[in-house]
Design a protein around this ligand. Structure first.
Ligand code: SAM
Length: 277
């Protein structure tokens, strides 16, 4: 039997052995190149001894890279029970270091799975990737217990996460991420790297929580960004009418003829605080 660098079977063989034909409904675009999963794992450094929560391990390409690069413990949440036997083989190979949770990551708070600080590393299923990120960055306690996120998204979503004012991709996601985190795109991953190839290019994003975001209530940030970007081409005096209109803009010291996409995160924070005033 052929083995890969870590002594486990090559991933293509794993897919065949366990009948893991990729399912679109589960966002299954697998990475079978262990050099690439190794490169992704290294972006989450330092891994030595760290606790990592991985969403959607699938056949385990990224999981194996995280363990080979020294992660002390990987807790992997996978919705597809067909992946369990392949993951069990990895768990046997790294005794006590891989815990697999069969379940829906949308319904699981990763902080409930471990004590102390942890990282989240994932090649996310595209259909729920944005929602998962929103769940992790809108937690009630800030800073969160996760120390960093290293995540694969469709490139277009990655661009929305890191976008700032006057960028076409700037919107609610960019404001929320810019308020609470520092986010950067590390590198693109071409369609051909996946089995099967998705329709668009992907990108790896690294997200680190700000220890002290500008003070504001999350609910207020959400209200003002929803209103402002709900009609992004309109002037603010029109788009924020439902949450206070010109009076709100005046309290926040923001010119009512500006448009949402020109406001900095700090200005959205001023708007949110004016709402609460
Ligand atoms: N990590 C593997 C890789 O890089 O080859 C698989 C990545 S694939 C893009 C996404 C994985 O997430 C699939 O294994 C899929 O079954 C799993 N998945 C989809 N929806 C999920 C959910 N709601 N909760 C947990 N896992 C999910």
């Amino acid at each position: 039997m052929t083995t890969a660098f870590d002594g486990l079977p090559p991933l293509r063989q794993v897919l065949e052995a366990h009948g893991l034909d990729p399912r679109k409904a589960l966002g299954q675009n697998f990475l079978l190149d262990l050099n690439l999963t190794g490169r992704i794992a290294r972006q989450a450094a330092p891994l030595e001894g760290a606790t990592v929560v991985e969403v959607g391990p699938g056949p385990g390409g990224l999981t194996r890279a995280l363990l080979a690069h020294g992660a002390g413990k990987v807790i992997a949440i996978e919705k597809d029970p067909r992946c369990t036997p392949a993951l069990a083989q990895i768990a046997d190979h790294y005794p006590g270091r891989l815990e697999v949770i069969e379940g829906d990551a949308l319904a699981i708070d990763p902080a409930s799975l471990c004590d102390g600080p942890f990282k989240i590393v994932a090649n996310l299923p595209y259909n729920v990737g944005t929602q998962l990120l929103l769940n992790w960055i809108t937690g009630p306690n800030w800073p969160p217990r996760w120390t960093d996120l290293t995540l694969m998204f469709q490139k277009e979503v990655a661009e929305r996460i890191v976008a700032g004012p006057d960028d076409d991709h700037y919107g609610r996601l960019g404001v929320l991420c810019g308020w609470r985190t520092d986010a950067e795109i590390l590198f693109d991953v071409s369609r051909e790297a996946f089995t099967p190839p998705p329709k668009v290019t992907s990108a790896i994003v690294r997200i680190v929580p700000k220890t002290a975001p500008l003070p504001a209530r999350l609910a207020d940030i959400e209200r003002v960004t929803a209103a402002a970007f709900g009609q992004r081409r309109k002037m603010l005096r029109q788009s924020v009418k439902s949450v206070g209109g010109e009076a709100l803009l005046e309290r926040a010291g923001i010119d009512p003829t500006r448009r949402a996409e020109t406001l900095s995160v700090a200005e959205f924070v001023r708007l949110a605080n004016a709402l609460a005033a």
